[in-house]
Ligand binder design. Structure first.
Ligand code: GLU
Length: 381
């Protein structure tokens, strides 16, 4: 059995699922939190910086408000989050104080990581908090997030925060102890996978779709988180949090799945592009263009077969192979209406169609990131 050590990591983001922290009947699981904070304090004592992404606001708010049984309308969830978040933060602050540690609450909305200016702003604030030796306690701002504009699950939020902050490790604690070839709840032959070298389509197929009632993220969102993390050079661990002291349990060799970081991670500005959660559009390109991208070239209009979605210049779009696999992501040089008009055209033909002179690339190489799938395609000849 391989034992994973957390000691060598310097900046660790830990995501905690709602069901670990909150019991539907009795509310906050204080003993569990106390033990977890002991683990966090040990890591900090060992020289690491720790960021916490804590779920549980809505679940805790429901319990406090006595809204346990029925499904909630959006505005009721938002109100429950408001009540739950204040209780959640104060519990974190009390427990960290007990260990002589300070904390700061950060509530983010989707735009805070997806828009470049706000991303830089959020990063600066969290960096400052870390410099001041305060533990950032992060959650989605569920009180203002609406169905259309939200992360929805804290797995991807945690991956986005971890990579934004240059964490070298992301730990996802939930009620499952790792990745299996199929869901162990439905398939008794499901095999445990201790180490994932790269999140291939085969690995993704193991993820299925299920999510429990209290938490929104299932294995699918955990694998999405893994893609964001590993591509940016952040290792990821999925481990069970259902026991006390779940972080020291990983050290002791309890079951957990380790996702290796990419050997050639994207850096800086490209980390933001690569982790973008919802591309605004899709460009299907021909095999020649795939080869050109893989040898480090820009995407030219000539290689684009199909443009879908409505986007503006500067939005993130996904680039798909002819058989529909995402091969890259990048910031598009044209609005969607113009992209449709020039798809398939040679550079010399573009000005006549658009009526203005423009840069020739559909996506410039500086604004382009090759995705996880690209690593599996045959190299360009
Ligand atoms: N942000 C939600 C909450 O704090 C949880 C989202 C999730 O379960 O992933 O209640």
């Amino acid at each position: 059995m391989t034992t994973l050590s957390l000691q060598k990591y310097r900046r660790i983001t830990v995501k905690i699922g709602s069901a670990l922290l909150v019991d539907r009947g009795s509310g906050l699981k204080r003993d569990w939190l106390t033990a977890l904070v002991d683990d966090v304090a040990d890591l900090i004592e060992g020289g690491a910086e720790v960021l916490v992404v804590s779920s549980g606001a809505i679940a805790l708010g429901r319990t406090i408000l006595g809204l346990k049984q029925r499904a909630l309308k959006l505005e009721e969830s938002q109100a429950a989050a408001a009540v739950g978040q204040i209780a959640l933060s104060s519990a974190w602050s009390d427990e960290l104080n007990r260990k002589g540690l300070r904390s700061g609450q950060i509530l983010v909305t989707l735009g805070d990581t997806e828009e470049r200016r706000r991303y830089l702003n959020a990063r600066a604030t969290i960096s400052t908090l870390l410099k001041m030796d305060a533990v950032p306690i992060i959650n989605e701002n569920d009180t203002v997030a609406t169905t259309e504009i939200r992360y929805g699950d804290n797995d991807r939020l945690a991956a986005r925060v971890a990579t934004m902050m240059g964490s070298d490790l992301l730990v996802l604690l939930s009620d499952i102890d790792g990745l299996y070839t199929a869901s162990p709840a439905v398939d008794p032959n499901a095999k445990f996978i201790p180490v994932v070298d790269r999140i291939t389509p085969e690995i993704e197929a193991m993820g299925g779709g299920a999510a429990s009632e209290l938490s929104r993220g299932g294995m699918r969102t955990k694998l999405d988180a893994g893609k964001i993390a590993t591509l940016a050079g952040t290792a990821m661990i999925i481990a069970s949090g259902t026991r006390l002291n779940p972080l020291s349990a990983i050290e002791r060799g309890e079951r957990a799945t380790f996702f290796k970081p990419s050997a050639r991670p994207v850096k800086g500005y490209k980390t933001w592009i690569a982790g973008n959660l919802e591309p605004a559009g899709r460009l299907t390109v021909d095999a020649g263009a795939v080869g050109a991208l893989m040898s480090g070239k820009s995407l030219l209009p000539a290689g684009v077969k199909l443009v879908s979605g409505t986007f503006s210049r500067g939005d993130t779009v996904a680039v798909l192979t002819p058989d529909g696999h995402e091969v890259a992501r990048g910031l598009i040089g044209y609005d969607s209406a113009d992209a449709v008009r020039i798809a398939g055209l040679k550079t010399a033909e573009i000005e006549a169609v658009l009526g203005y002179q423009s840069r020739s690339a559909m996506i410039h190489r500086d604004d382009l990131v090759l995705g996880a799938v690209a690593a599996e395609l045959p190299a360009a000849g």
